[in-house]
Write a protein that binds this ligand. Structure first.
Ligand code: TMP
Length: 308
């Protein structure tokens, strides 16, 4: 007998709201918590997926929008074309019969075509602001407090997404009403011309199947100035020294977000939002802590308070 707790599902009340949480191996989790506490905030970093991890899966019974879905172009023809691509490629994204190399090509094709339509049909910063203002998108309760705590403790947060950086940053601006100096968004970042029109995307395209490379190695500099490039490489080496990781995701593939990092201890937290019965077994084995049914972020906030 290893004394391993066999993944009991617990109904707990955090911050007044009831939530379901599953821990597959509580002994292992306790060991990881002790190790991270010992290292303190100076050795910790947080890597978080955006869509349906930091944001709610459902809002008033409707599916919350992803950063891609939020963006509405002025010419509706381009929104329709992107929607058609979504209808074709999204089922392929989750088709278990397609070999990985073939699926990677399909995902590159999808992201390539979508980015081309955004450029061709036009996107402006104003358009982004208006799209976000109208969007069905909301952070999980407790996300703001979590980001505030991590900022206070000097713990960096990488938001790693195959979505659109400019949308994610606008959502942070409009929904949290402040910026965080410890948060960096690593996602597909737009380049605008002097008239404020989208012209291209910076750096390597991030799609769902290459999120397993180290997030920072895929980060485009925020500005095209040398000092930011230098800032980025300094940031990278500082982050590589933070060898304890708290990882947040809603797909098993999100676990790959820390692959490029030579971490000592990692606590992974999963959010299983939908079709719980189909995925419970695989998710509870994959994540150290699993929250069910579109739970709040209060449990993670409590954990983070304990870790740093
Ligand atoms: P992520 O936010 O988990 O990194 O993944 C991005 C999601 O965006 C992925 O599930 C596919 C979706 N997507 C769209 O909804 N519309 C698009 O045009 C593209 C390219 C992706």
């Amino acid at each position: 007998q290893s004394g391993k707790n066999q993944g009991q599902m617990e109904q707990i009340v955090v911050n007044g709201s009831e939530t379901q949480v599953v821990v597959d191996d509580s002994n292992l989790l306790q060991k990881k918590i002790s190790a991270i506490r010992l290292g303190g905030p100076a050795k910790l970093q947080v890597i978080a997926d955006f869509d349906a991890t930091l944001t709610k899966y459902r809002i008033d019974g409707c599916r919350g929008q992803s950063s891609h879905n939020v963006l509405q172009q002025e010419d509706p023809e381009f929104n329709d074309k992107r929607q058609k691509l979504y209808e074709y490629y999204h089922p392929l994204e989750f088709d278990p019969t397609i070999p990985l190399d073939e699926k990677t090509k399909l995902m590159e094709e999808w992201w390539g075509k979508t980015h081309a339509l955004l450029i061709e049909g036009g996107v402006t910063y104003n358009g982004i602001q208006n799209s976000v203002a109208k969007a069905t998108i909301a952070f999980r309760d407790g996300v703001t407090e979590l980001l505030e705590l991590l900022e206070e403790k000097g713990v960096p947060v990488l938001i790693f997404s195959a979505g659109l950086a400019d949308i994610i940053e606008e959502v942070l601006k409009q929904k949290v009403h402040r910026s965080f100096k410890n948060v960096r968004v690593v996602s597909n970042r737009m380049v605008f011309d002097e008239n404020g029109h989208l012209r291209s995307f910076k750096g390597k395209t991030i799609h769902v199947l290459n999120k397993n490379e180290h997030a920072l190695d895929m980060a485009a500099p925020l500005h095209d100035h040398f000092d930011d490039v230098n800032g980025l490489s300094e940031e990278k080496s500082a982050l590589k020294k933070r060898t304890n990781v708290l990882l947040l995701g809603d797909h098993i593939g999100d676990l790959g977000m820390s692959d490029g990092l030579d971490y000592e201890t990692r606590i992974s937290v999963g959010f299983l939002n939908d079709r719980v019965e189909d995925s419970l077994e695989s998710y509870r084995k994959a994540f150290d802590i699993l929250y069910l049914n579109d739970s709040s972020m209060h449990g993670v906030l409590k954990l983070a308070t304990h870790l740093c």
